[in-house]
Design a protein around this ligand. Structure first.
Ligand SMILES: [Mg+2]
Length: 284
């Protein structure tokens, strides 16, 4: 494994940013939030948008698969709704009480000598609640949430999308399920490249020097294509696109000890001043 040794050797200065997803990445899937979220989304679709109850699970699955989030899919197929209302409906009743302070992760994150940024498709209230419940609210330099990259709130979309929407009809469940090509969505979210590019701009991120953690293989593959180094969380099986795979975020030290080694390099006076200047300028 000559290549691996070589890799280990140069890895010390390889990263200047760690980019983290939140849901099912910073806490395990077994907490039940994800399942509850899906149930709430389906309820929103039936109660607020009139999607047929017997098809809602399948429609939601298709939209999620094609768009990265159900919301992005719903907007793409013609539904228009207030983003805040959607978020409070789907996240407002999540079992946040299942999340407990994670001292192990907190210590790991605090001991990492590299800047840490959150990049979530979730809204800012949800992300803040999760981080507070986990006791991680002071572990990150900044949070990039849904609102950060989607500053308008649904109905106030850009002119080009208004034009499209004015002539678009809502795809009903049957059409949606038989569709092979889907319309574009006005929502910017992972796994789309424009979401990553926006995040890079906002937080001064150099993808080539950034390690990205996410539980979604689709997000990981997209991240890899755009130049990020990638860690798939929630499985020890390293799928295509993932440079590393961690069963749990708690395994980060065992899998990536070199992340801590850069601390030694800093102490040795390696030229870090430029990077520190960037860090300061993007403090949230
Ligand atoms: Mg996730």
């Amino acid at each position: 494994m000559e290549y691996e040794n070589q890799y280990q050797h140069v890895a010390e200065a390889k990263y200047d940013c760690l980019l983290f997803d939140v849901d099912d990445t910073l806490y395990p899937l077994s907490s039940g939030l994800s399942k509850a979220c899906t149930r709430n989304i389906e309820e929103f679709m039936v109660q607020r948008l009139g999607v047929e109850g017997d098809k809602v699970t399948e429609v939601n699955r298709v939209l999620y698969r094609n768009y990265g989030t159900s919301m992005a899919g719903l907007r793409a197929i013609g539904y228009n709704f207030d983003y805040d209302e959607y978020h409070s409906f789907v996240h407002g009743r999540l079992p946040y009480e299942n999340l407990k302070h994670d001292h192990v992760l907190r210590n790991l994150l605090h001991s990492l000598p590299i800047r840490k940024v959150i990049f979530s498709n979730g809204d800012k209230v949800h992300v803040a609640k999760v981080l507070t419940k986990l006791g991680l609210e002071d572990c990150f330099e900044r949070v990039i949430s849904f609102e950060t990259i989607n500053p308008t709130n649904g109905i106030n979309t850009s002119e080009s999308f208004n034009l499209r929407e004015s002539s678009a009809e809502i795809l009903d469940a049957n059409t949606c399920l038989s569709q092979s090509v889907f319309p574009e969505t006005p929502v910017i979210c992972k796994p789309f490249k424009n979401a990553f590019e926006e995040a890079f701009k906002i937080a001064n991120i150099n993808p080539q020097k950034t390690l990205f953690f996410d539980d979604s293989i689709r997000n990981i593959q997209s991240a890899k294509e755009i130049g990020l180094h990638t860690v798939l969380v929630g499985t020890s099986h390293r799928s295509n696109g993932a440079d590393y795979a961690l069963e749990s975020i708690h395994n980060i030290r065992e899998a990536l000890p070199e992340l801590w080694e850069s601390d030694t390099k800093k102490a040795e006076g390696v030229a870090y001043s430029g990077k520190l200047a960037i860090q300061t300028s993007v403090m949230a």
